[in-house]
Design a protein around this ligand. Sequence first.
Ligand code: UDP
Length: 232
Amino acid sequence: MNLLYEGKAKKIYGSDQADQVIIKFKDDTTAFNGLKKDTLDGKGKINLKFSRYFFNLLHSNGIRSHVVSFLDETTLRAKKVEIFPIELVVRNCAAGSICKRLGFKKGIKFDPPMVELFLKDDSLGDPLLCKAHLNYMDLIAEEDLLFIEKQALKINDILIGSLDSKGITLVDYKLEFGKAEDGEILLADEISPDNCRFWLKGTMESLDKDVYREDKGDLVQSYGRLLDILGI
Ligand code: UDP
């Protein structure tokens, strides 16, 4: 296969269809903009399982994504999209960078949920974007931004609806969207404990990448526990 791009956790290959790509989930894991790095046996497979579960859940609730089909344990076929250089972070509770940046106490609830925008640029450390910045940067059309912000909140309702009943608190997560060749805006990237924070309900016990970021235990074991809880 023809490798088009290799990121920190995924490889993207060309496919037999000009408007589709093959995405392979790697076992590599990184944190702190690549400063902490490891290869964890089985992580790619596990994250693909989560992505399959969440994308299927979202598809059945009317959210369109780049996924075309799941091919094997570590690969999926996706529509080729041009990713907007913006990461959307949806927060239902305070954790991570918002506590460090603004002093929010970990665990306090944001109701309605907060949506933050970050510039997708590793060389700048993915900085926070304010709406004021957007007027001077050619990152995304205003109507496209409105659309993806709305989608992010719809996605939030769907995910919370499913996770809460299974005893999991969806704390926050990062989404990426892209535009397909036909102009349709699609949810892209992945949905897994690598880009979401999940706590056991009623506690702040992490079943997500914070286990790795904060050296709180074995990441593959924690992800496996979450798979069991969700019945995946
Ligand atoms: N996140 C991500 N990729 C990034 C930055 C954040 O997937 O490059 C996710 C992260 O896992 C968490 C949410 O976005 O679920 C909010 O992250 P935060 O801004 O708190 O930053 P962090 O504490 O992860 O540095």
